[in-house]
Design a protein around this ligand. Structure first.
Ligand SMILES: Nc1ncnc2c1ncn2[C@@H]1O[C@H](COP(=O)(O)OP(=O)(O)OP(=O)(O)O)[C@@H](O)[C@H]1O
Length: 261
């Protein structure tokens, strides 16, 4: 599945001036980021900051008002077929065909992507085992019966199945148990060590500190900070830097007093 049309130098993933407004309000305002090859980048920001909007535009799920995204030099909007071969995506709120098992989903997914049947079969078995979904598969568990964390994991498996070069994962650790989270981190580190680029969005700052080498902070649709973990965090923690960048909000003494009774 190697795309020979992709370039061999430059960043793995590049967002340049991505802009989108909803009802006249900018949700993403000239978002510009570069994820080097072999790098894990964390994308953090408050609720409604524009993370999902930016990532959706970057992977070809939401058409930008302006700006471009390139995966290994391939323009996501000009060459969607080539770009999609290189990209593995775990979108926000992934819709699943609920009446299939996880294994059936991966099998159909692989066929849709035109991957050889035997390869799909082998990768499906391996992904289900590594992500600890094999017992559910043996029991014939349908996706509608999957827990929230299991849904996240099968979504991740679909993102990995075609062996992409760039992974874009919206909240991949959300609802995932600690053991599975370690497995996920090991997968992502191995992916990056092999030269892949990874972007994860997350609200869990210690996790981003633990997993990512670079971090970008988005607030009000704008990139407020972008650099190595040390550059963005400064002398304190990432959470301290985040709160300084996006502003603090606490509950005043006179608010919610009706909860005191
Ligand atoms: N389809 C849409 N229609 C209208 N407004 C939207 C739409 N999608 C997003 N928005 C708005 O765009 C802004 C950015 O939303 P977005 O989902 O990108 O934020 P986020 O950083 O991913 O937030 P969260 O951390 O809560 O998931 C918000 O104000 C949101 O209400």
């Amino acid at each position: 599945m190697e795309d020979t049309t992709a370039d061999t130098i430059g960043p793995g993933f590049e967002l340049a001036g991505l802009t989108k407004s909803f009802n006249g309000r900018p949700a993403a305002d000239a978002v510009t980021l570069a994820v080097p090859r072999g790098c894990l980048m964390g994308l953090v920001g408050p609720n409604g900051a524009g993370k999902t909007t930016s990532l959706s535009m970057a992977v070809g799920l939401l058409r930008p008002d302006a700006g471009t995204a390139r995966v290994l030099g391939v323009d996501v909007w000009e060459r969607p077929e080539d770009a999609k071969r290189l990209l593995g995506v775990l979108p926000d709120g992934l819709a699943l065909p609920e009446r299939l098992t996880g294994g059936e989903l991966l099998t159909y997914w692989g066929q849709l992507r035109g991957i050889d049947r035997e390869i799909v079969r082998a990768r499906t078995v391996e992904l289900l085992r590594v992500l600890e979904l094999d017992e559910a598969e043996k029991a014939g568990t349908l996706l509608i019966e999957y827990s929230t964390g299991m849904r996240k994991k099968i979504g991740l498996a679909t993102a990995l199945l075609h062996a992409p070069k760039v992974l874009v994962l919206d909240e991949p650790y959300e609802a995932v148990d600690p053991v599975s989270a370690r497995v996920l981190t090991a997968i992502l580190r191995r992916f990056a060590a092999a030269g892949g680029s990874v972007v994860i969005s997350s609200h869990v700052m210690p996790l981003v500190e633990q997993v990512c080498e670079r971090v970008a902070v988005i607030a009000d649709g704008k990139v407020r900070a972008d650099g190595t973990l040390a550059e963005v965090s400064g002398a304190g923690s990432l959470e301290d830097a985040f709160v300084t960048l996006v502003g603090q909000r606490s509950v005043a003494e006179e608010e919610l007093t009706w909860l005191d009774s």
